[in-house]
Design a protein around this ligand. Sequence first.
Ligand SMILES: *[C@@H]1O[C@H](CO)[C@@H](O)[C@H](O)[C@H]1NC(C)=O
Ligand SMILES: *[C@@H]1O[C@H](CO)[C@@H](O)[C@H](O)[C@H]1NC(C)=O
Ligand SMILES: *[C@@H]1O[C@H](CO)[C@@H](O)[C@H](O)[C@H]1NC(C)=O
Ligand SMILES: *[C@@H]1O[C@H](CO)[C@@H](O)[C@H](O)[C@H]1NC(C)=O
Length: 415
Amino acid sequence: MTILTTQTAVVLSLACLLAANVPAEVSAAPAVAGSDSSKLHAYSVCKKPLIRKEWRNLKKSEQKSYLNAVLCLAKKPTIAKRSAPGAISRYDDFVGVHAKQTPEIHFVGYFLHWHRYFVHAYEKALREECGYKGAQPYWDYTYDVTKGGNMTSWPLFDKTYGFGGNGPYVPYVSFIPGRTGGGCVQDGPFTYPQFSLSLGPAPLPIRFDVPPPTETISTSATPILTTTTTTSTSPVPTTPTLPKMTDFFPPTNLTISNPHCLKRDFAPQYLSDQVNISNYRLVLSQKDFASFAFLLEGGPFVDPSIGTLHGGGHFGVGGSLGGMSDPFLSPSDPVFYMHHTNLDRVWWKWQKAGKKGERYRDVAGPIVPFDYQNTVKGNVTLDYVTHLEELGKGAKVRDLMDTKGGFLCYDYEEL
Ligand SMILES: *[C@@H]1O[C@H](CO)[C@@H](O)[C@H](O)[C@H]1NC(C)=O
Ligand SMILES: *[C@@H]1O[C@H](CO)[C@@H](O)[C@H](O)[C@H]1NC(C)=O
Ligand SMILES: *[C@@H]1O[C@H](CO)[C@@H](O)[C@H](O)[C@H]1NC(C)=O
Ligand SMILES: *[C@@H]1O[C@H](CO)[C@@H](O)[C@H](O)[C@H]1NC(C)=O
């Protein structure tokens, strides 16, 4: 066990896309927001699942139609004014809803479930509102990281059949080693003003500068939590010192419309230290959901010598100044969905590897962000309800366990 210095703790906490704000009151089944969200999803039979493929396995015409559908979403008017009054486009709606819920949906037991639902809603919008015929693709970075080379030469970042490349280098002192960009994306479909984001960006001078509380972390995969105790003789209540989102990042004001460009800040070395094949195998070798999800997501309680797939994808592409590295606004970069679909695939692969379907029922992890030791509340269960504000009604965790059950109907080409 190591007591971290404040500085190291900042690094580690951010290295997992820290997003934690302990809500004053979190009920086991939180009130479901949204116009029709008092209703839950009904079960349906999944006969013809959409098959999600790796980006490089799509035909060129399929790549083009996907990219065009994303651009189409960015031209359609918002429907999420209640959650994000500053949103202009349907694309912004997804950024806004993620930003609004960021304090509750990370470092909790339903992190993967929420993002599974979120990507599904995005895939549905692309198909139903923008005429996209295919499934949401994913990015398996282990191919690229193993092969190496310049990130801008990887298929995903192709300027014609991909998401375009890096931004020009902007000097900035940061905890991400070897960042190479930071400015507006220069080529490909997502340049400004063709692709315009309305929400954010977060005020940079404040980002990363505020020291977090000192944390104790474990060198094993088991989370250890520091607690502060008083030295009174009466029975002492133990107060958990859970990290909070606002310890590191200023909240983004979602009422402001501020059309701006997408930025990227590639950090190739960081990416390959986090998402390489050994870290990927380590995650998949976990025996229970709690350990699997904990390692996959990363965070200040995870041994810093272990890379995290989640943090790696975000900070490897977003560095410090890019859209992908902002815990609230990370869906600003369309690559967000390629990354999170891949995490969903890794989870599905892990789920399918279980004996007798036991992993389709395995869920654990805290209700309250970072509360891995249940000092504040218990674990998420199959009956826990989550929702997507205007983008999706209430869904039970149990209905987000099976990609071909509940209301979901998709599978992956390669596992
Ligand atoms: C990667 O490619 C880009 C675009 O061609 C170039 O600007 C950059 O210098 C290259 N990076 C390295 C490390 O070679
Ligand atoms: C957000 O911005 C709006 C519009 O400028 C302002 O009225 C409001 O006070 C801001 N909210 C916060 C929390 O700063
Ligand atoms: C993956 O990265 C870790 C550091 O996070 C390193 O220890 C390990 O050797 C790397 N594995 C490969 C195959 O590059
Ligand atoms: C929460 O889940 C963890 C991991 O499975 C488990 O060790 C712990 O006992 C659970 N807590 C409660 C209160 O059930």
